[in-house]
Design a protein. Structure first.
Length: 382
């Protein structure tokens, strides 16, 4: 047992089993042992690689989009450009470099980086040392001053803690009687201690109401209350003050049964309970639930579309062509493999094009923005 596992075990002994939401929060955000609080997890030597770390072309396409969103909003002076969970700051640095193509954009914005990790804040400051605009660090979106708000979030929502509910039996069925449906209900999946005193999954004793009854026993649902609440808050701000959110993450487009909790360390899947704080814990993003949360606040939603469709419509292939013209032979191969990783379709560990989705949340008066034409164009040849 590592130090965080011992601390979690002590909490469970005192307070009883804890929810997955609390467990994930402790693993990722514990001030001393939390995964993101203690390390730089990115890159080939780290635990995983994200799109901005693969190629500058990713951030450039997002930068073009956010500049156009600002232009379409009437070029508000004193706007905020925020990023949620900026990692090493590479995406923001690419966005600010192409920000020049939207005249007036860089002069109008202040940058807000929403980041809890002191280690990553330091790396972000280094990457953005020569930023053309002032940079502010925030612990949450509520700290950003009121103004038209343009938000980027790549692989952020998947790091927010989720809850699991299992359709399971409760109490003993009447002796000799039939095992009727009435004995089954949704019970929250909790983390407790097994007979050996190790962390183990179990179920809450009581039944949750308010979840659909139809699914058969054994079903599991994953609900990300924290993500939905955050989406509501962002949508409310965008509707009140103007602006847009561009969200990129892996996930699914329809709310479905099943769960997607995964723990990753050194580019491999590991047991999520084995060494808390030492692996990245995530779930897939439920885009439909987030779209509902945004629309409920009166925001306009475009997408989700696949990352492949979005980046191609924004012109990533033309951008790759321009870069190729100035490239050495070695760089040529890098550009081609980066493009293939970002927009290619296939094994999700090598191709991000399909499992990653892009969704925009905007002020209701915003025009249709580029990138979200629904037809998949992945079969087109050039
Ligand atoms: N967007 C980056 C990094 C994604 S990893 C990239 O694409 O490379 C998730 C990031 O979100 C990290 O920077 C992590 O420290 C931050 N983070 C995770 N949970 C957070 C929370 N609740 N509040 C603020 N930042 C958080």
């Amino acid at each position: 047992m590592n130090a965080l596992a011992r601390e979690i075990a002590a909490i469970i002994e005192q307070e009883g089993p804890i929810t997955l939401e609390r467990y994930m929060s402790l693993c990722l955000q514990h001030p001393r042992y939390g995964y993101y609080m203690t390390r730089d997890p990115f890159g080939a030597e780290g635990d995983f690689i994200t799109a901005p770390e693969i190629s500058q072309m990713f951030g450039e396409m997002l930068g073009v989009w956010i500049g156009e969103a600002w232009t379409a909003a009437g070029k508000p002076a004193e706007a905020r450009l925020a990023e949620l969970g900026p990692g090493r700051g590479v995406l923001m640095s690419d966005v600010l470099r192409v920000g020049r193509v939207a005249p007036g954009f860089l002069e109008a914005i202040s940058v807000d980086l929403v980041e809890t990790s002191p280690v990553l804040r330091q790396l972000q400051a280094r990457t953005l040392e020569r930023s053309p605009t002032p940079i502010n660090w925030r612990a949450n979106i509520g700290e950003i001053p009121r103004a038209p708000l343009f938000v980027l979030a790549n692989e952020f929502f998947d790091a927010l803690p989720a809850r699991h509910f299992v359709k399971a039996g409760h109490g003993p069925p009447q002796k000799g009687g039939p095992v009727s449906g009435a004995f089954f209900g949704w019970r929250e999946r909790l983390i407790g201690l097994n007979a050996e005193g190790e962390l183990a999954f179990g179920l809450a004793p009581h039944i949750e109401t308010g979840l659909p009854l139809a699914p058969p026993p054994g079903s599991i649902v994953e609900i990300n209350v924290v993500a939905q609440r955050l989406m509501s808050e962002i949508a409310r701000r965008i509707v009140a003050d103007g602006g847009a959110l561009l969200l990129v993450d892996y996930g699914y487009t329809q709310t479905t049964l099943g769960e997607s909790l995964q723990a990753v360390a050194q580019h491999a899947y590991v047991d999520p309970l084995a060494a808390p704080g030492e692996a990245d814990l995530t779930t897939h993003v439920d885009f439909a639930a987030l779209a509902r949360a945004a629309r409920e606040k009166g925001a306009k939603v475009q997408g989700p579309v696949t990352q492949s469709d979005f980046l191609k419509q924004l012109g990533i292939e033309r951008r790759a062509e321009t870069l190729r013209r100035k490239a050495t032979a070695r760089q040529l191969a890098d550009i081609d493999s980066a493009l293939e990783r970002l927009v290619g379709i296939g094994d999700p560990r090598e191709h991000m094009g399909e499992v990653f989705k892009v969704m925009a949340v905007m002020h209701p008066d915003a025009p249709e923005m580029p990138g979200f034409a629904s037809r998949s164009r992945s079969n087109e040849t050039s």
